[in-house]
Design a protein around this ligand. Structure first.
Ligand code: TLP
Length: 343
């Protein structure tokens, strides 16, 4: 048995999801629209309080379709310096759309609205044109921190003053909803387009949705086609996504409690640091202060004991809680770390 703490992307479809997938009503989504995909898109749009939504294969494609739908080559995107679209999308922003980034530091994912305002380029023929502001909720690199609503609203206010759209990478927006008690549509109202992953904590095997207004969705559809993300009888996977939205959200609070417990127990071990106060959702970055164990060595020692963590940097590993790990896996993780660190 392996307990996999690397990511919430590792969750396997539940028995109910597999049943729903087997029984899904399907059609050609390109020719006539697949009824199950339509149902998922309508449900997602309703949850997010937007005109409509579009089903796409991945969170990366969701972000890239949205960014490309808002901007055009030569345009600048204001974005946090450690955002997923900057660090982990293989340079798609420039490679696919010819976009340039104006990256800003943040307070654990929260951009300073005044810094955003100052980053908007003056009109003229010398500067690039600012075309878009991109925010991320929850903020992955800050350990799944919930960026405060007031902050996102202030950024949207600045964007509005300059007639700029805001895209929210809400890959884990459902975690923000569960942690804060603030409904997803209130979070989504702070942006013009929102992408949400169904294949992370919500537990579906594949897929993301992008929500926005009708004009945006028309452009997004064209880009999805251009990127090859248009799928035919996709109802078989949308059925699992629909269950993820309907039922998967109920698991997230337990994931968050477990992440906090994991952080408390690992932070108490000498040689490791992961202050539990900073854990708001399901992601824990564990700093290794014991120099005998660089992250690759620690991860390998854990792997030998059937426990998987993600190597984040030379002295940080990442642990993510999700539906497929439980309290006994955290017990094992703590025990294994005690043994490895000889505590
Ligand atoms: N993140 C993955 C890795 O790429 C790091 C993970 O395991 O956390 N936005 C955010 C904030 C994400 O965390 C991710 C996935 C995505 C977008 C992209 O989703 P996928 O992997 O479906 O393309």
């Amino acid at each position: 048995m392996t307990a996999d703490f690397r990511s919430d992307t590792v969750t396997k479809p539940t028995a109910a999801m597999r049943r729903a997938m087997a029984e899904a009503e399907v059609g050609d989504d390109v020719l006539d629209g697949d009824p199950t995909v339509r149902a998922l898109e309508e449900r997602a749009a309703d949850w997010l309080g937007k005109d409509g939504a579009l089903f796409v294969p991945s969170g990366t494609m969701a972000n890239q379709v949205a960014l490309g739908a808002w901007a055009f080559p030569g345009v600048e995107v204001i974005v946090e310096e450690r955002a997923h679209v900057v660090l982990y999308e293989a340079g798609a922003l420039s490679a696919l759309h010819g976009l340039q980034t104006y990256t800003l530091p943040s307070d654990r994912g929260a951009l300073d609205p005044e810094a955003v305002r100052a980053a908007i380029r003056p009109e003229g023929i010398h500067s690039p044109r600012t075309g878009l502001i991109c925010v991320e909720q929850t903020h992955l690199e800050s350990g799944g921190r919930v960026v405060p609503l007031a902050n996102l609203e202030a950024i949207r206010g600045v964007a509005r003053e300059h007639a700029l759209p805001v895209h929210m990478d809400g890959a884990r927006l459902a975690n923000a909803e569960a942690a804060s008690g603030i409904p997803a549509n209130d979070w989504a109202a702070a942006a013009d387009s929102v992408s949400v992953c169904l294949s992370k904590g919500l537990g579906a095997p594949v897929g993301s949705v992008i929500a926005g207004d009708e004009a945006f969705l028309l452009r997004a559809k064209l880009l999805r086609k251009r990127l090859g993300g248009w799928m035919r009888q996709a109802g078989v996977i949308a059925a699992a996504g629909l269950l993820g939205l309907e039922e998967g959200r109920a698991n997230l609070e337990a994931d968050h409690r477990l992440a906090r417990e994991l952080a408390e127990r690992l932070h108490a071990l000498s040689g490791l640091s992961c202050p539990p106060d900073g854990v708001e959702t399901n992601i824990v970055f564990v700093k290794i202060e014991d120099e005998r164990f660089p992250a690759p060595l620690l991860a390998a020692a854990l792997e030998e004991r059937g426990l998987r963590v993600l190597i984040h940097s030379h002295d940080v590993v990442r642990c993510v809680t999700h539906r497929d790990v439980g309290p006994s896996d955290v017990d094992e993780l703590e025990a294994a770390l005690r043994a490895i660190l000889s505590l």
